[in-house]
Design a protein around this ligand. Structure first.
Ligand code: NAD
Ligand code: TYD
Length: 356
């Protein structure tokens, strides 16, 4: 039987965090989740409207950089496990305004680590808690050429302000393990997609623009490659790492689904053409594809070797990209009001500026 846990989940109102909380509620009813989220433009309480506050769940609106708040939560809630999602997460935003990335991703992670270290020391430094699982990205490893994969031993080479801030936070987490013995684990995952993803990221952006007949902006030549993973498979991997992972270890999580951006965009257009019909002009949605100026410093290819996760933990993705993208498109079609609320909410200034 899996043990009862008192978890602090940070960033639980964002894309991956909210999918994680849904999965925990469905599959680990004995785990109590305290969700600390600042509700930035990327945080959305509607993502968790089906999760009721009570013995198993509490939402706290607050900043991971707020040291008194974070420390008091560790005390009050007797936190024994931290799953740290909260971050500024969008590469394009990090290029135009890196400040928030440095603050949240680096100072915020440091604040949580200090609180975890203090709580852990008060309990005599028992090895079984609080476990600090830091959710990170494959982007810390930089960019690949045509062949090869990122493994846990690949040297860090971050190349955007976002990935540099995540790399800094990864190093802090490792340093707290090495220096103080804090039980930590780090997961470095590839690109996620699925329900509740914010429509500034490629897949929901292309869904929304192609559904409404707007231009589909493809950066550069469209041949950059990402390794796509369905979000629930990522969340399942995190649960399994918490249960079976080794303290001090890092785990790469990937979908084994390498696609060029243009392949992804074309697939979404084809699916929408088939599901809701061609554009009023009679053309396929592919006619909306527009090649635009490339992202500054655009990483060419990401691809993950998840052998360690498969061999040590026994995890593997449950859906292929073709299955996952269809599930995602169906979810967005069935939840159009979610997307419209997000686009018409705090996000609208950025959205209008980028995609008017
Ligand atoms: P997201 O942007 O959708 O959500 C981030 C959440 O963090 C939001 O709810 C936001 O309100 C909250 N937040 C931001 N600043 C905060 C602060 N100072 N204090 C408290 N809460 C704050 O991000 P996501 O896509 O769900 O990513 C979650 C994590 O997973 C991030 O750490 C990201 O680096 C990592 N990751 C994401 C991907 C991906 O493809 N999306 C892939 C690998 C790793
Ligand atoms: P994104 O979803 O922003 O994730 P990341 O930058 O973390 O990989 O972008 C995925 C890929 O899609 C990336 O190569 C950039 C590209 N892209 C476009 O071509 N057009 C767009 O409008 C966006 C948002 C991304």
């Amino acid at each position: 039987m899996e043990k009862q846990r008192n978890m602090l989940v940070t960033g639980g109102c964002g894309f991956i965090g909210s999918n994680f909380i849904h999965l925990v509620a469905r599959t680990r009813p004995d785990w109590r989740v305290v969700n600390l989220d600042l509700l930035t433009y990327a945080g959305n309480l509607n993502n968790l409207e089906a999760i009721e506050a009570g013995n198993s769940y509490r939402f706290v609106k607050g900043d991971i950089c707020d040291q008194p708040l974070v420390s008091s939560l560790f005390e009050q809630e007797r936190i024994d496990t931290v799953v740290h999602f909260a971050a500024e997460s969008h590469v394009d935003r990090s290029i135009v305004g890196p400040d928030a990335f440095i603050r949240t991703n680096i100072i915020g992670t440091f604040t949580l680590l200090e609180a975890a270290r203090t709580a852990w020391a008060k309990r005599g430094g028992e090895q079984d808690g609080p476990i600090f699982l830091h959710v990170s990205t494959d982007e810390v490893f930089g960019s690949l050429g045509e062949s090869g994969y990122f493994s846990e031993t690949t040297a860090y080479d971050p190349r955007s302000p976002y990935s540099a801030s995540k790399a800094s936070s990864d190093h802090l987490v490792s340093a707290y393990c090495h220096t103080y013995g804090l039980p930590v684990m780090i997961t470095n995952c590839s690109n996620n997609y699925g329900p509740y993803q914010f429509p500034e990221k490629l897949i929901p952006l292309i869904f929304n623009n192609s559904r409404t007949g707007k231009e589909l902006p493809v950066y550069g030549d469209g041949k950059n490659i990402r390794d796509w993973l369905y979000v629930t498979d990522h969340c399942q991997a995190i649960i399994e790492v918490l249960e079976k992972g080794r303290s001090g270890r890092t785990y790469n999580i990937g979908g084994n689904n390498e696609k060029t951006n243009i392949e992804v965009v074309t697939l979404i257009c084809d699916l929408l053409d088939a599901k809701i019909g061609l554009l009023p002009s009679g053309s396929s949605r592919n006619s909306l594809i527009t090649f635009v100026t490339d992202r500054l410093g655009h990483d060419r290819r990401y691809a993950i070797d998840s052998t360690r996760l498969k061999d040590e933990i026994g995890w593997q993705p449950s859906v292929t990209f073709e299955q996952g993208i269809e599930m995602t498109i169906d979810w967005y079609l069935a939840n159009r009001s979610w997307l419209e609320t997000v686009i018409n909410g705090s996000y609208q200034d950025y959205y209008k500026k980028m995609y008017a």
